[in-house]
Design a protein around this ligand. Structure first.
Ligand code: C2E
Ligand code: CA
Ligand code: CA
Ligand code: CA
Length: 279
């Protein structure tokens, strides 16, 4: 099966094989996932290195199908993007994160900013700012408690529409974070053109930071770049004390990763918020 962008999948003669059938079956099930209440968000803390305080969190989508069990977002997000299902699913994610964060605030927890992942295809469709605006209104959450994570691919190609939506989100008071920094294909020029608040150092660089000179150099350069541009910087995928200390020595003070906590369901995150800190 061959991916063919927004037109879904194209099948070549004789290629209607097991893999293609598996994807079709997955699509049918994903189509019903929202109405069947099979989607949920898990939340992973972003932590201040210095005092262990929870300063934010990332919402990560989970799908538990009654028929086929748990499916990783790495598997179903690309399918959702290719079939257009990312639009209803992405809207659900944004609304769910806003309502959950407001519910925590109403319960006296936090306040913290929650980051949601938004795909390039959602930006291309042009509806992100409107979906966010409505979700904020309906939930009553203030815009400053919401962050949108986007990837470099949003800013590729004919990006005027994406730029306009980013500006609109910024004007509302939503912050914008550039995910997986350094793994995409864009040039650095977009850092001055697009309104960003934060860079996230990708976990591929963090993984080898203490053992591999190249990863350390990229992390160091990213942190310097962020500081020079007055952007915040977060490192993701922090698993070890060695990585934490190395990032600290480079001046990166907000960290996210298994060292501090895995993504957990909302009720577990509430317990963490009640404590206020992870260490
Ligand atoms: P991402 O946005 O880069 O999210 C970080 C991924 O790294 C998450 O995987 C998270 O669980 C995992 N992670 C966090 N800390 C650690 C660590 O210390 N070590 C390691 N090895 N991994 C860590 P997850 O939850 O499986 O999500 C995978 C990807 O799926 C995300 O990558 C994101 O691109 C996408 N995704 C997840 N939720 C959504 C969503 O609501 N909308 C969209 N469009 N994409 C989503
Ligand atoms: Ca992310
Ligand atoms: Ca990431
Ligand atoms: Ca990633």
């Amino acid at each position: 099966v061959k991916e063919s962008g927004r037109n879904g999948f194209r099948f070549f003669k004789g290629e209607m094989n097991a893999e293609a059938l598996r994807w079709l079956a997955l699509e049918t099930r994903l189509r019903r996932a929202i109405e069947r209440d099979e989607l949920s968000l898990h939340y992973q803390p972003q932590v201040s290195r210095l005092d262990g305080q929870v300063v934010g969190m990332e919402a990560l989508l989970r799908w538990r199908s009654d028929e086929i069990g748990s499916v990783s977002p790495a598997d179903f997000i690309p399918l959702a993007e290719d079939t257009g299902l990312i639009h209803p699913i992405g809207e659900w994610v944004i609304r769910q994160a806003c309502f959950q964060n407001k519910a925590w605030q109403n319960a006296g927890l936090g306040p913290v900013r929650v980051a949601v992942n938004v795909s390039a295809s959602q930006f291309k469709a042009g509806s992100v700012a409107q979906v966010v605006r409505t979700a904020l209104q309906d939930s009553g959450l203030e815009a400053r408690w919401l962050e949108v994570e986007l990837t470099e691919s949003v800013m590729l190609g004919d990006s005027a529409a994406a730029e306009a939506q980013m500006a609109e989100l910024r004007a509302m008071g939503v912050s914008l974070s550039l995910d997986d920094f350094g793994t995409g294909y864009s040039s650095l020029g977009y850092l001055s053109r697009f309104p960003l608040d934060k860079l996230k150092i990708d976990q591929t660089f963090v993984r080898n930071i203490a053992t591999e000179q190249r990863s350390a150099a990229i992390a160091q350069a990213t942190i310097a770049l962020a500081q020079g541009l007055s952007l915040a910087v977060v490192a993701e995928g922090v698993e070890t004390v060695g990585q934490r200390d190395f990032l600290g020595s480079l001046g990166c003070d907000v960290l996210q990763g298994y060292l501090y906590g895995r993504p957990v369901p909302a009720f577990e995150m509430a317990q963490l918020l009640a404590k206020g800190r992870v260490i």
